[in-house]
Write a protein that binds this ligand. Sequence first.
Ligand code: NDP
Length: 340
Amino acid sequence: MTIAEHSTEPYVAASGRYDDLPYVRCGKSGLLLPRISLGLWQNFGVTHPLENSRVLLRRAFDLGITHFDLANNYGPPPGAAEVTFGQVLRDDFLAYRDEMIISSKAGYFMGPGPYGDWGSRKYMLASLDQSLKRTGLDYFDIFYSHRPDPNTPIEETMGALDHAVRSGKALYAGISNYSGEQTRAAAAVLRALGTPCIIHQAKYSMFERRVETGLLDAIDETGLGLIVFSPLAQGLLTNRYLDGMPEDSRVAQGGPFLKSEHLTPEKIGKARQLNALAQARGQSLAQFAITWIFRRKQVTSALIGASKTSQIEELCKCVSAPALTSDEAERVEAILRNKP
Ligand code: NDP
């Protein structure tokens, strides 16, 4: 069955969708998140046919992925991923809205002028309204400050999140790309306001280990959940670039955040060695990369991206893989040599 044929049929969610994927408590909150979540940063803008996006979203939900992550600026152009998600929501998912955790964010550049970037109350709350309009949602389940703003008092940015929750436009508040110290400060402000921060969204993979330099401790202390973005280093920690650059890959499609200059002989060499380790334990490199981040107890969910349903299916399977042995963990360190 081709993608187009498949997606024109009315959608009925798979009856066994809650059978396989575990749901994990997000920090000390009451919210359960799927072990694997799907992000719409890439592959859901106007450069990709709506029907491809629809097939990816349907398959993810059928596999038990209840959490879909957006931001105001995901596209291209900025805003397009929210429009795409809104269309699929209206066509396919309306009956399932209450089974979904849909997040959005504001904090990076979205528009011209002084109110289209960073963390002012003005920008955060206007952006939230625009995101709700684009998706057609009444509320987001999680609304994030996408990055800390050094020039806005943290009380103001957190006050905007508090207002978002109190006004019913979001159910939970989250932060992303905050350091350990900034996380402690943000969590304290929100706690005092009575709207606890429940989640931190941070980059973490075998190739990007900054969270190990203090954020994990802050996550423990504040009781937040941690959702990890780019756990596959945008595809570097998969079989995509082990033997060249496939035409349909993120790099060949023009990035723009993962570029051919990132495919260095050193990175590809390490990826090949990691791939051999993965195969020895019966996993793909992508599955192994996810199993590796799950060794950290702070990690609630791996927030993946995908261009194909087969990628999502493969990653959902790794949730039942055995944990890394200490011997395997040491072999990984010997290959990476980047332990902070
Ligand atoms: P990943 O590291 O998971 O990279 C996804 C890419 O890896 C896919 O597009 C695909 O590449 C490849 N891939 C995925 N699964 C497989 C597989 N099984 N086998 C082979 N290749 C595979 O994550 P992203 O960088 O896409 O980020 C995920 C999400 O995290 C975003 O959508 C967004 O929601 C969030 N995010 C948040 C940020 C923040 O500042 N808070 C910043 C960046 C992301 P290909 O397309 O080439 O097939």
